[in-house]
Design a protein around this ligand. Structure first.
Ligand SMILES: [Zn+2]
Length: 219
């Protein structure tokens, strides 16, 4: 958003907030019901302030508040306070957060301390999760093991889950449609008998040098 325009909008908004506050909220003669209405309006203006503030780049610097905190000269937001909303454009690419990777060689005490981000978005009915963490210690059956650092991105769509990390791409098929057996096996295609391979609706993509290019799974 144009920062000059934003500055104008914020100024107007602050005027409206002051108007409601001075004229109604501090009026001792006002009735209880009316007071509730005006305080609701003030809350809603506050919400508009939150949203406009999200677009402020805080370019004009900060000033000290009475509570000795630093507030942006333009939008009035306090420096270093985590924002509680995301504002996304309706059209075009929506950008949320930045690409994070594990950033420490340290092994942390637990997953919580090792986590850089673990966030999920329900995007038009598809679930995307990004889980980035450094290495940490975990207890598995009373044994302490080290979990390696990872960046895992997973997508869930109509019962199928696909996850991508630094080492693997894994696809889990929709289990609800079949009744799966109790055990799970894994193997390279050349380790599996031809008659069994025929159960797997997988098509490999490759070039004339038999370089692997991708694969398709028929549902
Ligand atoms: Zn600002």
């Amino acid at each position: 958003m144009n920062q000059k325009q934003l500055k104008e909008d914020l100024k107007k908004l602050f005027k409206s907030m002051d108007f409601v506050s001075n004229k109604f909220l501090h009026d001792k003669t006002i009735g209880e019901k009316e007071l509730q209405i005006y305080s609701n309006i003030y809350q809603q203006l506050g919400l508009a302030w939150e949203f406009l503030g999200l677009q402020c780049k805080h370019h004009e610097g900060y000033k000290k508040t009475r509570e000795k905190k630093e507030a942006c000269m333009m939008c009035g937001k306090i420096k270093g306070v985590e924002e509680s909303y995301y504002l996304l454009p309706k059209k075009g690419i929506k950008k949320l957060g930045r690409r994070l990777k594990p950033n420490s060689r340290k092994t942390f005490k637990n997953k919580n301390e090792a986590t850089l981000v673990n966030d999920t978005i329900d995007f038009h009915g598809a679930f995307v999760n990004v889980d980035v963490h450094n290495s940490y210690k975990s207890k598995l059956l009373d044994k302490e093991i080290n979990i390696a650092d990872e960046r895992i991105v997973s997508l869930k769509e109509s019962g199928v889950e696909c996850s991508v990390d630094q080492h693997m791409i894994h696809i889990k098929m929709d289990k609800s449609k079949k009744s799966p057996g109790k055990k799970v096996y894994g193997g390279f295609p050349w380790e599996i008998k031809r008659q069994h391979l025929k159960n797997f609706p997988v098509i490999f993509d490759f070039d004339e040098n038999y370089q692997f290019l991708g694969l398709s799974i028929l549902r």
